[in-house]
Design a protein around this ligand. Structure first.
Ligand code: TMP
Ligand code: MG
Length: 295
């Protein structure tokens, strides 16, 4: 049993939580608990990781879908949904390798962003677009942010979505604290607030290993945070903490939201913990609470 008996997390016993090597996971969590919150950092994906895939059975919007749901002409929505319907099945196809998916993902993001450029999006529209959208933070997300902030644990939100939508969603539905940092595709606006494109290098779901964040000061400044919790819903998310320095313990948590039967074995071979079809952050909250010494 090793150290298993020393750690009790009831949430990890739930039937939709899969842990291929339980003893190793318990050892990692125990180490993180012994080291305490000062040594911890969290790196999390946004769409379908901090946000819900479904809410009471209905599929929720991603960042890009927020732009499609309201505010712009119906024609934009129809064209964007046609693009999404072509590429989303490729993104989640367990029978294609990441290498095979990458060219399709570049096409998806490029087409989606080129299409958006043809419509009159402005900064002032974002508030209502988010307020009217079906995008939802997972149940318990605010508790998660509050706890990480109270314990001074850095949180990097690393997303192939849209940075402005992420910030607006968090502002409207939770709190953007100073321990949180968002890396994503940020909209570029002219002086009149009209959208003129995206800033910086394109982030798609499978190039999170290449992001400038890995070479920036972000991870260097956190080299004392030797313990990393990584949360994602895509296999591409596993690369999000590649720039982290001095890593002593790393726990990867994967949310498997769709095609569960087809993808479970693959996800179990890549993530330490796999959480299936869950609309909450209960499991992550339980782990963080244990590490930060609160319940
Ligand atoms: P994430 O990195 O925060 O998960 O954001 C990426 C998600 O965005 C990915 O799962 C696919 C989704 N997406 C759309 O829903 N519509 C789009 O047009 C694009 C480009 C991506
Ligand atoms: Mg995601």
């Amino acid at each position: 049993m090793g150290t298993i008996s020393q750690i009790q997390i009831e949430e990890l016993e739930r039937s939709h939580v899969h842990i291929p090597d339980r003893e190793r996971v318990m050892d990692i969590i125990k180490q993180m608990k012994d080291d305490g919150p000062d040594k911890l950092q969290v790196v999390a994906d946004f769409d379908r990781t901090l946000t819900k895939f479904t809410h009471r059975g209905s599929v929720c919007a991603t960042c890009h879908n927020v732009l499609e749901e309201s505010g712009l002409p119906k024609e934009y929505k129809e064209k964007a949904y046609a693009i999404r319907d072509k590429y989303f099945p490729i993104e989640t196809d367990p029978n294609l390798s990441i290498e095979e998916k990458i060219p399709h993902m570049i096409e998806w993001w490029t087409q989606a962003h080129d299409l958006l450029m043809k419509y009159p999006l402005s900064k002032e529209m974002l508030y209502n677009m988010v307020a009217n959208s079906s995008a939802k933070l997972r149940d318990g997300c605010t508790k998660f942010f509050d706890k990480l902030h109270a314990s001074d644990v850095p949180l990097l939100i690393f997303s192939a979505g849209v940075g402005d939508i992420i910030c607006e969603m968090i502002a409207q539905h939770s709190t953007m604290y100073d321990n949180m940092h968002v890396v994503s595709n940020d909209l570029d606006f002219d002086d009149n607030g009209k959208m003129i494109g995206f800033k910086g290098e394109l982030i798609h779901v499978f190039n999170k290993n290449e992001s400038a964040i890995h070479d920036s000061d972000y991870f260097t400044n956190l080299s004392h945070c030797t313990n990393v919790i990584l949360m994602g819903d895509s296999l591409g998310d596993l690369q999000m903490a590649n720039g982290a320095e001095n890593v002593k313990a790393k726990l990867t948590i994967g949310f498997l939201n769709t095609r569960v039967k087809d993808s479970l074995e693959l996800y179990k071979s890549k993530f330490d913990i796999v959480i299936c079809e869950d609309e909450s952050l209960d499991i992550c909250n339980a782990i963080v609470n244990l590490i930060t010494g609160s319940s």
